[in-house]
Write a protein that binds this ligand. Structure first.
Ligand code: AMP
Length: 417
């Protein structure tokens, strides 16, 4: 047992896993390249007021799950998600003046004080993308296509895309009133969480997982019946674009998301390979958020996906996730002079772009050969006083177990192949 283990819900990523992460991150970057989204990196600590305003005071994320602290007069929060920060940066750095819609993506850690379980951590990682400055349903389709393409490239095909429209404030006001009128007479039969939600945020009742709410939710009015013409048209066009792209989706009129800022399109991608936390990612349109954070009215749409969930799905499916790094050359050395030589020879090889490892612990030749094997080195170069004097060295091909005696320039030529 470690003397100081991590806090619950915080996970170390160890060698053997980090390579898999790098591989998946490289695929996200590759999709970003193909769709021409540019990376944005924002601070992990954000002003608490900004996150509260952006994500929404009444959301679980802000009201219950923030890691926040004060320092002097400043209020800091570990960011719980990426979109609000991207919008803050967009306003702060006048990214609108760069011309055209901004197509941005990010990968990084997020923090929510949730109850940890499989696929749900307190520090987790998201990749996401945003298009800021476009009201066009084409932008919604681009964002959904980006998200789906990451999974396709990774090799995950068994997914379900649920979509809905959560309307604009006008449509939502009408719907909210209808929902309150529907749920109020049965308030006593609802779960405690839903009772509270009825007061503060009735649409979130639809998100309840509580058993006693399900029957009421199943018969509740749906928002799609309350959309105004503009929201209805937008939704129809998004669906038409997805059909044109061959992206299958399921209309899910009770889909609401845990963040307050969504308008019009909302979507979620789920996988049956994930268990109870089955959401791979989700997103939607947030036409009012930039303005909420002090910017000019800027329609926008985005998605965020969980890296851990992606990893769990890959492992459940047994997908190959890149290879562990291997040294190309292992220098096994006997004696003080050989070790000093190994340091400078490794330097020469590394500067030529060859990965090289040697023993810094003065271990036996046998132990060093074992390590070369364990690390799956391609070549092992054997060096002792005799070799240093003669200028000829034994080069062992680790996969065929054959050896050759060569001078240094021949060795360089061989290992560069
Ligand atoms: P959200 O920002 O809540 O829309 O979440 C987007 C995605 O991030 C989810 O679909 C999950 O894949 C992932 N996610 C959210 N919260 C967590 C968490 N606590 N642990 C791991 N992944 C999470």
């Amino acid at each position: 047992m470690a003397l100081f283990p991590t806090h619950t819900g915080m996970v170390d990523l160890l060698p053997g896993e980090t390579e898999k992460w790098q591989y998946l991150e490289s695929l996200v970057r590759e999709v970003a390249r193909r769709y021409h989204f540019k990376e944005i990196r924002t601070p992990i600590l954000e002003p608490t007021e900004m996150i509260a305003r952006g994500v929404g005071q009444l959301t679980d994320i802000v009201s219950k799950e923030m890691f926040a602290f004060d320092r002097g007069d400043d209020h800091y929060v570990l960011r719980p998600e990426g979109t609000a920060s991207v919008c803050r940066a967009y306003v702060q750095h006048h990214l609108d003046q760069r011309g055209g819609a901004q197509r941005l993506f990010y990968i990084g850690p997020m923090f929510r004080a949730e109850r940890p379980q499989k696929g749900r951590q307190r520090q987790f990682h998201q990749f996401g993308a945003e298009i800021l400055g476009s009201a066009d349903p084409l932008a919604d389709a681009e964002i959904i296509a980006f998200m789906v393409e990451v999974y396709r490239l990774v090799g995950i095909t068994n997914m379900k895309l649920n979509i809905n429209s959560v309307g604009d404030p006008e449509s939502r006001q009408r719907y909210r009133e209808t929902l309150v009128a529907y749920f109020t007479p049965v308030k006593d039969k609802l779960s405690e969480v839903s009772k509270t939600r009825l007061e503060v945020n009735p649409m979130r009742i639809l998100d309840s997982k509580e058993e006693e709410d399900q029957a009421w939710i199943a018969d509740a009015p749906v928002i799609t019946d309350y959309l105004n013409q503009e929201c209805r048209d937008h939704y129809e066009q998004v669906k038409a674009h997805l059909n044109a792209l061959g992206i299958a989706f399921i209309e899910q009129p009770r889909l609401v998301r845990g963040l307050d800022y969504y308008t019009k399109t909302a979507f979620e991608l789920t996988s049956p390979d994930l268990g109870s936390q089955d959401a791979l990612g989700g997103g939607g349109r947030y036409d009012l958020l930039v303005e909420e954070l002090g910017g000019a009215p800027t329609p926008a749409v985005g998605f965020a996906s969980g890296m851990e969930r992606l990893m769990i799905a890959c492992e459940a499916l047994g997908l190959p996730l890149g290879e562990s790094a291997k040294p190309e050359v292992y220098i096994a050395c006997h004696g003080q002079a050989a070790r000093a030589w190994a340091l400078s020879q490794a330097d020469v090889l590394r500067k030529q772009g060859i990965s090289c490892l040697f023993d810094t612990g003065g271990r036996s030749m046998k132990a060093q050969m074992k390590e070369a094997d364990r690390e799956h080195a391609t070549w092992c170069l054997l060096v002792g006083d005799t070799e240093l004097t003669s200028g000829h060295f034994v080069l062992r091909n680790m996969s065929t177990s054959t050896e050759e005696t060569l001078d240094l320039s021949a060795i360089h030529e061989r290992v560069r192949l």
